[in-house]
Design a protein around this ligand. Structure first.
Ligand code: UD1
Length: 355
């Protein structure tokens, strides 16, 4: 039995880590294809190194482009590779352009596709990720859902028979890394003004198209972050840097302390030490929740709605509450375990082996 994992963007490397480790404990053959959607070392190689993921067997080197150009280039490049490797399953992850390209390339060859992190919905059709999720779920043969809510979405779209609840593989990684970094000092990458602040600090990330593509919106987001009452470690995704440069927006001002994206273990350590997180990232909302750090999300909705319970995560698309919310005290309510027990990846591998 042979399974191909297709990955390409930062969050997919995190999801791949526990899955690759689970495959390594079996006799199954696991082939990793990297599309090259993310190519900067800090967005790609460091994740393979820190999370002990085997190097990709095939690297397509696609790089950046408009959605159509990038997705189309991946589709064309994957076609001969899927034929040559000829696996029993093609496993795709999450909701990026790499996900939908791989799903489409596989079904066009009538190969079985499994979608990990199936059934998430924002119901916001302006988001490129929402197109990618819906199209991938409907193309796939096996839908591996992280939560009960995701299972419900799939059932409402007529996909119940192909769906299975396995839990969230990002939770597997987050809980494991938490155990290994909890006693470590804050990462050296955090500027002294952040790490030594007597009033604590906030970790922030901004990269979604809806927050970065419009100069007026991006300026408003940065103004709101610069005006917070505590120092902000702004982990600047290359997309954010590129947009700021194009629009002439300054990142280093007020409470803002921009720095390069952190490696995964450093990110977990920083989140454990932060008073709060302000973000538009899906993964970070969930990591903040798992690590018990209050989160403020600069979006109109979230796919990870379980994080909203008890006020652990609060949506503030209008930027009107972020100043009060960013460094709020931890809510008193219990968080429960809506994202599973940290063993989702083993279930994924078992299911593929038996299917
Ligand atoms: C992609 C995913 C998004 C995911 C995010 C995680 C899609 C549609 N979006 O968004 O769902 O949350 O990854 O990070 O697939 N760039 C670099 N170096 C890199 C990668 C990107 O400089 O290694 C810059 C380029 O200017 C590029 C821009 O970032 O044009 C955007 O990259 P892209 O992969 O298109 O989308 P992300 O914003 O990273």
């Amino acid at each position: 039995m042979k399974v191909i994992s297709v990955v390409g963007a930062r969050p997919q490397f995190v999801k791949l880590a526990p899955v690759a480790a689970a495959f390594a404990r079996t006799a199954l053959e696991h082939v990793i294809i990297h599309t090259g959607q993310h190519y900067d070392a800090r967005m790609s190689e460091v994740f393979f190194a820190d999370l002990a993921i085997p190097a990709p067997d095939v690297h397509l080197g696609i790089g950046s482009g408009t959605h159509g150009v990038q997705t189309g280039a991946m589709l064309a490049a994957l076609d001969p590779v899927l034929t040559e490797v000829s696996a029993d399953w093609v496993l795709v992850y999450g909701d990026t352009n790499s996900t939908v390209a791989a799903a489409l390339a596989a079904v066009k060859q009538q190969r079985r596709v499994a979608h990990l992190e199936a059934g998430l919905r924002s119901f916001n059709r302006a988001m490129p990720e929402e197109h990618n999720r819906v199209l991938t779920d409907h193309a796939a043969d096996l839908l591996l859902a992280p939560t009960e809510l995701a299972m419900g979405h799939l059932a409402r779209e007529g996909l119940a028979e192909r769906s299975l609840l396995v839990g969230d593989v990002m939770t597997d990684v987050c809980l494991k890394v938490r155990a290994s970094v909890a006693e470590l000092p804050l990462p050296d990458e955090l500027p002294a003004a952040v790490a030594e602040s007597s009033v604590g600090f906030v970790v922030a990330t901004v990269h979604r198209a809806e927050n970065t593509d419009d100069p007026v919106r991006l300026a408003a987001v940065l103004d709101a972050l610069a005006g917070l009452d505590v120092p902000v470690a702004l982990l600047a995704h290359p997309r954010l840097e590129a947009r700021c440069q194009a629009y002439g927006l300054v990142l280093r001002r007020g409470a803002l302390h921009p720095l390069a994206p952190l490696a995964y273990p450093d990110m977990v350590r920083a989140l454990l030490g932060a008073r709060g997180v302000v973000t538009d990232s899906g993964g970070l909302q969930k990591e903040a929740y798992l690590l018990g750090t209050p989160c403020t999300t600069l979006r109109t909705e979230t796919e990870w709605v379980e994080t909203l319970a008890g006020g652990w995560n609060v949506l503030d698309p209008g930027l009107t509450k972020v100043k009060e919310l960013a460094d709020r005290d931890k809510p008193a309510s219990d968080r429960g375990t809506p994202y599973g027990d940290g063993h989702a990846a083993e279930r994924v591998v078992d299911v593929l082996a038996e299917a």
